[in-house]
Ligand binder design. Sequence first.
Ligand SMILES: Nc1nc2c(c(=O)[nH]1)N[C@H]1C(S)=C(S)[C@@H](COP(=O)(O)OP(=O)(O)OC[C@H]3O[C@@H](n4cnc5c(=O)[nH]c(N)nc54)[C@H](O)[C@@H]3O)O[C@H]1N2
Ligand SMILES: Nc1nc2c(c(=O)[nH]1)N[C@H]1C(S)=C(S)[C@@H](COP(=O)(O)OP(=O)(O)OC[C@H]3O[C@@H](n4cnc5c(=O)[nH]c(N)nc54)[C@H](O)[C@@H]3O)O[C@H]1N2
Ligand code: SF4
Ligand SMILES: [Mo]
Length: 705
Amino acid sequence: MEQQIVRSSCRGCHGVCQVMVHLEDGRVTKITGDPSSPTSRGYLCPKGAAAPDLLYHPDRVLYPLERVGERGENKWKRISWDEAIDRMVEKFSRVKAESGAEYLAVAQGTGRPYTEFTGRFAHAFGTPNFVSPGHVCYLPRVIASSITMGGLPVCDIYGFGGTYPEAIMIWGCNITESGAADGMCGGMLARAIKNARKVIVVDPRRIKPAESADHWLQLRPGSEGALALAMINVIIAEDLVDHEFIERYTHGFRRLATHVSGFTPEWAEPITGIDAQKIRAASRDYASASSACLQWGNGVDMSVCSFQTARSLLILRAITGNIDRPGGDVFWVPPQGLRSKSPLTNPEQTGAQFLTDEQRARMIGAGRFPFGPGTHPPTFWNSVVTGDPYRVRALWIIGSNPLLTQTSSLLIERALKDHMEFTVVSDFFLTPTAQLADLVLPAATWLEQDDVVNFHKIWCVLARKKVAQQGEARDDRDVILELARRLNLREAFPWRNWKAYLGWLLENTGLSFEEFCDKSILLGNMRYRKYETEGFRTPTGKIELYSTIMESRGAFPLPVYRESPLSVSIDTGLAEKYPLIMMSGTKIRHFFHSELRQMESLRRANPDPVVELHPQTAEARGVRDGDWVWVESPTARVRMRAKLFDGIAPGVVNAQHAWWFPEEDPPEHGWKRSSVNLLFGNSVFDPESGSEPLKSYLCEISRID
Ligand SMILES: Nc1nc2c(c(=O)[nH]1)N[C@H]1C(S)=C(S)[C@@H](COP(=O)(O)OP(=O)(O)OC[C@H]3O[C@@H](n4cnc5c(=O)[nH]c(N)nc54)[C@H](O)[C@@H]3O)O[C@H]1N2
Ligand SMILES: Nc1nc2c(c(=O)[nH]1)N[C@H]1C(S)=C(S)[C@@H](COP(=O)(O)OP(=O)(O)OC[C@H]3O[C@@H](n4cnc5c(=O)[nH]c(N)nc54)[C@H](O)[C@@H]3O)O[C@H]1N2
Ligand code: SF4
Ligand SMILES: [Mo]
């Protein structure tokens, strides 16, 4: 038997874990962590370990499939890649000629390898309708960062500068449990927490780091905007700010100080449920540390105040001078010579430059949310059903399962089933969403891809090497390249093929792809305090505590707090019937959103959809641990299994999201039984970013007899 070990990098999530892929006679048998990796130091989570099960899973779609029966009948015919691409070229071209390019929409899921080409393809084709979950994920923080300080600050936890943060504040982020997010490795965060002198956790749930934290601020879900303002208030009122940094590098401090003077901890106490003295103590520890970083997460993104909260948290970092200094929140320096393909650092990569102003103005929902990323999904799905302002005719969904991961699921089902003329889905499996497609394309997993991995906000670029090939599964980006060629989008996609593109990325490093793989990682030369010579990429050249861009677009230039109209604290009459606050979508350690339910090794650890509730909440409803319960909102009800947990407040529940049952019959696979996204309506949004209150809704729970 021939054994082989190939160094690679995992893409089971947006993580940055370097791994060893073990092969026996060419078959992948095992994944292990790479102890020599500076980004992950041997870390591996259960999803990464299960990659071979995903690769070889018998249910995978391995050939292009064309629908032959009625939509949703689960009748398919295998066709060739040539035929599949022909169908797409023919249909997309016809839609463009007859109706206009905007009648094609491209929808993607979370940040995955395809991200570097999906938006670019849409825009090069001429459609502004590029739909992604970015409005509830990461992008409110990214856009707020960009307008406030010209880039996204990330926690300096890797120790490249020789310093670990003295204080760490973890705010709505649970990666030590889930594995990784946004290029930050949970294992590395756990190490940094161990090294920190002060740890502050802001989370409604007692997450692992909260157990040993110096401060755990157990706030009411959705109220973090008020907490952030109160912390700014304390730090300014107690003069814990970094005067020199503020004076030289920020804009609008005096106006900020006046603005927040009323947002005292006493003001925030009834809103957040946190004792004012606790807010003071945590603020002091954060501000007086010699270096502090703020590891934020998806808890910040999902509220009607997400954009303003992100702004407040950027301001907290700035007034304490924790920007771009060792152990603070820093801007990465990429490896020299490498061309960046990350749409986040290289705006050209999004291909937005290929759209004319006229095309841009045709985006569904254009102008609705001044700081929203791309086409707003709920607005988009609504337009497909109502035809207002127009009805998109063709849709390419790449790596997303919107029936389970977006709100108003039944509306999406109707849109796909009854209104869309032609839907293509690229996926690994025939998911409930793929079941409503006309054409399904088999996507390659990360083990089946060659890649230069530089999507993330870290100082390095990782190598990924193709080690397997199942059926005719194909890298999404290779498919996009071929389609672009056939549609004559040569300006945006000049590369002959995928390998040529990788070579182009590496061209100025002097390395071939093979040489790059031998190195397995390229590191940038980190430099701190770059603002001393470069300033900040904002209109004033400084960090804009007072945002001139928000002012010019009619938004509040200084951060404010707003409550969701569907909050239990607002008297709409709803709270009587639905008195519990529902958090949803705390990321599950063994799954990735709707993925991996078919992996036995992972499913065993979490066989059923779980809703966590406090023992008192359970007792008041006659619910015991392990009972099946209804979780009901004003919109719908779903079945979940109760799990008692005293780490959340009474009155708050935490429901897992994106559940379906691949083992049950197609086309629905039981998705309408337990997917919490059925519970959300689609009318309550953050007016700036379009975000939705997925972590602070309302519900009631009752035992199923
Ligand atoms: N209630 C609630 N809803 C939420 C959230 C929440 O917290 N609460 N979280 C939200 C967030 S943060 C996000 S990012 C979204 C995620 O939303 P989605 O990205 O739609 O979620 P997934 O379930 O991961 O769906 C991805 C699909 O793509 C397939 N896939 C995986 N990798 C690839 C690939 O490389 N290529 C292709 N072609 N297919 C691939 C998978 O098999 C899966 O069917 O969900 C959001 N929905
Ligand atoms: N295993 C696994 N890993 C994943 C994913 C997955 O599905 N599974 N998904 C990936 C994706 S797309 C994303 S976006 C990231 C997200 O990863 P994270 O950024 O860690 O986000 P979540 O897990 O959604 O929630 C983080 C924490 O926010 C808390 N929280 C809930 N409501 C509030 C609130 O109102 N305020 C505050 N301050 N906190 C709140 C929750 O209790 C939870 O502990 O994870 C990525 N990694
Ligand atoms: S955290 Fe993400 S990148 Fe790391 S091993 Fe797990 S799935 Fe892979
Ligand atoms: Mo996400």
